[in-house]
Write a protein that binds this ligand. Structure first.
Ligand code: SAH
Length: 222
């Protein structure tokens, strides 16, 4: 009665797809994210590919997870929220500071942005670059280095996402933001509750800061 047996799916890809769908519905849509491009990106990127083997059963849980080197991949909702706040249009250029696993970078690529991402810890930069390539995100450019300084060669950026906490905002990042651009980052001291902010630069170069939500991120290091 072979026909009654479930189809063979050694990697559990179908299981993960179900979990991913539930993640988007219950963690992201139910919390008020309505941007269809962002939701589609979150539905597409295989988050379980971005976490260590032992954490895979928890890849779609409503929380951050360890990725090695004392670092974490952000909670899915926070990735969706930051992507939404960046308001990227296809073809726009985005800088991410804090590549980590590469998951946020993949989500940014799925919304159609041209992605540049910097990671200070060389082993993480290397593994994220390899992972992104393997999963088909060849166009994402990954660099090992200090993202505090931004990435001058590719500036200015339509949006900048910093996925590690600092205060104040690194001045080079404000400089490398286009007029009309958005910088999204957790502002505050390491290991305390920080506030996720959006800093908008107007045509005259003046900035305006909006406070969005309390968050906890690992610190931006130098
Ligand atoms: N966006 C990541 C999670 C980031 S965790 C993801 O999707 O998985 C924050 C990352 O920022 C860590 O990997 C940490 O090493 C890195 N980081 C900290 N300070 C940095 C700096 N000055 N420049 C670049 N990366 C930095």
């Amino acid at each position: 009665m072979v026909g009654l047996l479930p189809a063979v799916d050694p990697a559990g890809a179908a299981d993960f797809a179900v979990q991913r769908e539930q993640m988007v519905k219950f963690q992201i849509e139910d919390r008020g994210v309505t941007n269809t491009t962002v939701l589609a990106a979150m539905r597409k990127v295989p988050r379980h590919e971005f976490v260590p083997e032992f954490a895979r059963p928890h890849a779609y849980d409503d929380r951050p997870l360890p990725i090695g080197e004392g670092q974490t991949i952000s909670q899915p909702y926070i990735v969706a929220l930051m992507t939404d706040l960046a308001r990227l249009k296809p073809g726009e250029r985005v800088l991410e500071v804090g590549t980590g696993s590469g998951y946020q970078a993949a989500v940014l690529a799925e919304v159609g942005a041209e992605v540049y991402t910097i990671e200070i810890l060389e082993p993480l930069a290397r593994s994220a670059a390899a992972r992104l390539k393997r999963l088909g995100y060849e166009k994402v450019e990954v660099k090992a280095g200090d993202g505090y300084l931004g990435w001058k060669e590719h500036a200015p950026f339509d949006a900048i996402l910093v996925t590690a906490a600092a205060e104040p905002v690194p001045p080079p990042l404000i400089e490398q933001l286009k007029p009309g651009g958005r910088l999204v980052m957790p502002l505050g001291q390491p290991w305390e509750t920080q506030v996720l902010v959006v800093i908008e630069k107007d045509a005259s170069g003046k900035t305006r800061t909006r406070r969005i939500a309390p968050v906890v991120f690992v610190p931006l290091t130098r």
